[in-house]
Design a protein around this ligand. Sequence first.
Ligand code: GTP
Ligand code: MG
Length: 148
Amino acid sequence: MEQTFIMIKPDGVQRGLVGEIICRFEKKGFYLKGLKFITVDQSFAEKHYADLSAKPFFAGLVEYIISGPVVAMIWEGKGVVATGRTIIGATNPAASAPGTIRGDFAIDIGRNVIHGSDSVESARKEIALWFPEGPVNWQNSLHPWIYE
Ligand code: GTP
Ligand code: MG
């Protein structure tokens, strides 16, 4: 099934939003397939955000991501890449709908609490970068109660 890479950024960790965010993905019915609590260094953060290296905010973005520990996760489920982005909300919290994570918990674009892969291809690359050991292999026994 489809997988996505979700990361709770350092501000989300500092603000005590880890449980709340995991809760939203769990209750939706997605399956947790990887989880680690780590601090990454500059070269790793630059690799993760390589596509944005030409942007004027790149240096600040990298500094933000390495400023404290993050929660890196693999979530699995039908359409999880797109639905994960819907749960997260628009990049700029000022434009994120209430009910989304950024809409409910963030104000500034440079402190928007959470990252989610923007395509199945990015998810594949990001999971390979953050989880070279691969996902945890398990089956959720509630599967038939979530999928028809
Ligand atoms: P991610 O899930 O974190 O990848 O966010 P996104 O896919 O919604 O946005 P994008 O990949 O375009 O940008 C990555 C991150 O860079 C955003 O989540 C913001 O934290 C930051 N960012 C994007 N645009 C701006 C900007 O104009 N100013 C600042 N300061 N940060 C930005
Ligand atoms: Mg992005």
